[in-house]
Structures are given as structure tokens and as C-alpha cells.
Design a protein around this ligand. Structure first.
Ligand SMILES: [Zn+2]
Length: 198
């Protein structure tokens, strides 16, 4: 049977990180791509303005093209993105600030999720607009916990990276998005610990 075309199939191809990091399975890649609109090591931020955020959401077919978004929408969305990154980094052993959990709790409170039974039981955001999109991201996290796949969804431990990746390894012990990132960070740690060897 031919694979059903998903809305993200077109959008994922033109994202720079996707050339290095394999896309996470299924709809997880929407959240992966969202987190990867920025990284910790550069000033790159694909969500640099309300218009850029609206374009991004339209490209991923999450909001209708031409949706007007405000500076406060942008600030909220970027804050949620960084909190989700911190949550994903807790899966590579990074400490999670309890304040982040509390903030995400608050962010997930307003956009309600409902259960749909037609077409297979699932959670679905009850509403529209940016809040519903963010609720959809939260729903992905909740579903991962239910499926017990949560420990595989991670953000890279690299201090200059933090990109989201799916750990498909058998023992789920990967902490870095790529081997290159792992080697770069290990040699940096080595140089820090053995400054005389430089
Ligand atoms: Zn990395």
C-alpha cells in the first residue's frame, strides 16, 4: 500500500538540520523540527519575527497562510520551544529546572485537549490558532509517555547544540545528535580537563 502523504513530508526536506540528523518518526518530526528552529551554539533562529513564525507555521500546515501573529505570540512560542528543549535534554541526563516543568504546566493549561474516537481514539487540540498548535506539540509529548517511547526523544547534550533527535539505538544511550557532535564535545571536555596537552 502506498504511504499516505503527510503534511510534513514536503516541509522536512528543506530544513538544514535534516541533512545531518535523521527525522524522528511520524508526527514527532513536527515537534523535532519546531525545537530545531534554533540551536544553542549559534545565533540562528528561524523564528526571528512574528512574520517568520507565521510563515513557518504555514509551511508546516499548522496555521493558515497569512495568519497575523504578535510579538507576544512570538515570545511565548520561543519560550515554549526552549522549555521543550530543556525537557528533551533531561533525557540525556541534563538536570531539569523545576521552574521549567511549572512553566510548561501553565502553558499546557490554557489550550485544552479533547479525545476523539472517530478514526481511532486519540487526543486532539480543542480549539484553533497558535494555542492549538502548541497544544498539539504537548499532545505529542503526552502520547510518547503513554507509549513509553519518551526516553528515545532527546535533545543533544552538546552545549553548543541542543538539537532534537530520535534515539533509535537498541540500548537508548545516545546523548548526542550525531557522531560528529559527540566527538567535538568529547575533545572539548578533554581539552578543558587536560589544558597542558594543548
Ligand atoms: Zn548535537
Amino acid at each position: 500500500m502506498p504511504k499516505k502523504k503527510e503534511p510534513w513530508d514536503d516541509a522536512v526536506g528543506d530544513t538544514p538540520w535534516a541533512k545531518r540528523i535523521p527525522p524522528a518518526p511520524g508526527s514527532l518530526r513536527i515537534v523535532q523540527a519546531f525545537v530545531n528552529t534554533a540551536d544553542l551554539g549559534s545565533s540562528r533562529d528561524d523564528l526571528a519575527s512574528p512574520a517568520a513564525l507565521a510563515d513557518y507555521m504555514a509551511r508546516w500546515k499548522l496555521l493558515p497562510a497569512g495568519t497575523e501573529l504578535s510579538d507576544s505570540d512570538l515570545g511565548h512560542t520561543r519560550a515554549v520551544r526552549e522549555d521543550l528543549r530543556s525537557l528533551l535534554r533531561s533525557n540525556v541526563g541534563k538536570a531539569l529546572d523545576p521552574k521549567i516543568e511549572a512553566r510548561l504546566d501553565l502553558a499546557a493549561k490554557a489550550p485544552m485537549l479533547r479525545v476523539r474516537f472517530i478514526g481511532g481514539a486519540r487526543f486532539e487540540p480543542a480549539g484553533a490558532g497558535l494555542d492549538a498548535v502548541l497544544a498539539g506539540f504537548f499532545q505529542v509529548f503526552a502520547q510518547l509517555l503513554i507509549d513509553r517511547r519518551w526516553p528515545r526523544f532527546k535533545a543533544c547534550a552538546g552545549d553548543d547544540c541542543g538539537l532534537c533527535f530520535w534515539d533509535a539505538s537498541n540500548n537508548r544511550t545516545r546523548s548526542y545528535c550525531t557522531l560528529r557532535c559527540s566527538n567535538r564535545n568529547k575533545s572539548r571536555t578533554f581539552r578543558r580537563r587536560h589544558p597542558r596537552n594543548q
